[in-house]
Design a protein. Structure first.
Length: 556
């Protein structure tokens, strides 16, 4: 809270951040704008949050609508006005003013109004009050001097009571209000704007003045949804992003392997771009499935297909997102880019992210916004999304449809803001298209620079290692044909080697046979020689015996 001025929190998401605490406590605030811009809802939210969240009873004074109509109008937001009134923590005061009766009387005094307001304030011990709308109260005044004096008197009375007041007013011609005086005596002036551009409506809020404190001065988109009034403080976002060394899986093992086996850093912004049919949504679905399988939440924004259609299509490539939806870990939101303005889309997306608190957010595709506004507006909107996700440590996956094959840029001009970029290519060759994946960049991660063939079938997504032929990298049927040719050549070479081996084996066998025959012949010759030698030996021995016998016979 800023020193020097006390503030009363409104409890309106985003608004208290812009005002550094809320509205000036004990002082009047003027909320002005054209019809249907949300003035009454802003005032009602301020009053109800004061009762429920901050224990400050309040009084709602209406000069136009009846209390029953106001209760019915906000019933869809589950505010429970009837319960607060029954509990004595909030009071309604309907003051009907007929200008014709005032004109007949010829005089006008606020004393009666003050008495009724004081009675209502005392009945609940109010700390907050809403006056809706001030034009009805001063519609009979024609004298500007008297009008100025009475308006100042009303504001001074509210200050004396120490009430934190919200006063609504219709926007005038050339001024913030019809009288053009309330803005000067108010301590805080908030302008709500509901404009239509290219048949698309946009609600924006601007803090025109705020005495005694700093505040945001830009225009901020705000959203009126099922949860009430919420403001997106876009200019409060800065380069205060969370950084994590933790890695998350892409759901594609081959892609994780290209990223040093670990996937992308948590909290990264990842761009997946390519022409139509290149597989962008399929990669995004892999991220979703991997996140849910890890027990974490994932949020998917689709701007082209309905959730049931996405679930059906992804099932054909082995990715079943239905269990993720049934478990509540996956939330899918589909809307046309032209359904809201860019600011409203931004507010809706960041509101859903803040409420669901996912670990992963997918926008599919961001190129759908190109025709919804000027390129700078689209870039600004997406930049705010990226900054918001980074500041919360949430991983973001953004798909982008390229109209030029292999174009290394995006119409939204966000490629330089991305931490990682997966580029998908469709190659035409031999009358067919084949998909390729190129990891263009991955900041802070050692990654492969090879082009991988991107294959999708009923078993899932796989990335085939690069195949380099004589004419370059080959994919699809050309790859298969080249592989078949090389297999045939290899088979022919193996057959030649086998034939030569068989011939050598046969020659070896013939040679061995010849060797065996020669050895057999040699063995026969050796045997014959041995027999002749043995006969000769026996002959000599016999001859020597005969000679010896003859000699003995002679001596005898």
């Amino acid at each position: 809270m800023t020193a020097g001025i006390r503030k009363a929190a409104t409890g309106i998401e985003g608004f208290d951040e812009l005002t550094l605490g809320g509205l000036p406590e004990g002082r009047p605030t003027l909320v002005c704008g054209s019809a249907g811009c949300g003035k009454t809802l802003f005032a009602t939210t301020f009053l109800i949050n004061g009762v429920r969240e901050f224990g400050e009873p309040g009084v709602f004074v209406t000069f136009e609508e009846r209390p029953g109509d106001i209760v019915e109008n906000v019933s869809s937001l589950n505010f429970g006005l009837d319960e607060l009134v029954a509990e004595g923590r909030m009071a309604f005061e309907h003051i009907a003013i007929d200008p014709r009766e005032l004109a007949e009387a010829g005089d006008y005094d606020l004393e009666g109004l003050f008495l009724r307001l004081e009675l209502a304030i005392d009945s609940v011990g109010a700390k907050r009050i809403v006056l809706d709308t001030i034009e009805s109260l001063f519609s009979a005044f024609t004298n500007q001097a008297v009008l100025r004096a009475e308006i100042r008197r009303l504001f001074d009375w509210l200050k004396e009571k120490g009430l934190t007041a919200v006063i609504t007013g219709e926007r005038g011609d050339g001024a913030l209000t019809r009288q053009g005086l309330e803005e000067y005596v108010s301590d805080c002036v908030i302008l709500l704007d509901h404009r239509v551009n290219n048949q698309v409506s946009t609600r924006r809020l601007r803090i025109v003045k705020y005495r005694g404190t700093a505040h945001g001065t830009n225009e901020y988109p705000f959203l009126i949804g099922s949860d009430g009034f919420s403001v997106l403080p876009v200019s409060a976002l800065g380069l205060t992003h969370k950084v994590s060394d933790e890695r998350i899986s892409t759901g594609i093992p081959d892609l994780d392997e290209m990223l040093s086996g670990g996937g992308f850093h948590r909290g990264s912004s990842i761009l997946v771009s390519g022409v139509a049919g290149s597989g962008k949504s399929s990669i995004a679905a892999s991220f979703l499935a991997a996140t849910c399988q890890a027990g974490e939440r994932a949020l998917y924004f689709s701007f082209e297909e309905s959730p049931p259609q996405t679930v059906r299509n992804m099932r054909s490539i082995g990715i079943d997102l239905q269990p993720c939806l049934d478990s509540g870990l996956l939330r899918m939101i589909a809307s046309r880019p032209t359904f809201y303005s860019l600011e409203a889309h931004l507010a809706v997306m960041l509101h859903e992210v803040a409420r669901f608190k996912p670990s992963l957010v997918v926008l599919d595709p961001i190129s759908a916004f190109i025709d919804s506004g000027e390129s700078l507006e689209v870039q600004s909107m997406l930049l705010r999304v990226i900054d918001y996700l980074k500041s919360n440590g949430t991983t973001g996956v953004f798909t982008h449809l390229s109209h030029v094959q292999g174009e290394a840029k995006t119409e939204a001009g966000l490629s330089s803001l991305m931490d990682a970029w997966i580029l998908l290519l469709n190659r035409e060759n031999n009358g067919e298209f084949n998909r390729e994946l190129y990891l263009l960049k991955a900041r802070g991660i050692s990654h492969s620079n090879q082009v991988r063939e991107f294959v999708m079938n009923e078993r899932g997504i796989s990335l085939l290692s690069p195949y380099l032929g004589e004419t370059g990298a080959l994919t699809g049927s050309a790859r298969r044909a080249e592989e078949a040719r090389e297999r045939r050549e290899e088979a022919a070479r193996r057959e030649e080697v086998e034939m030569a081996q068989r011939k050598l084996e046969q020659k070896r066998k013939r040679t061995l046979a010849q060797i065996q025959a020669l050895e057999a012949e040699l063995a026969a010759d050796e045997l014959e020689y041995s027999s002749a030698t043995a006969a000769e030996t026996r002959f000599r021995e016999q001859a020597e015996f005969d000679v010896a016998e003859m000699a003995r016979s002679r001596r005898a």
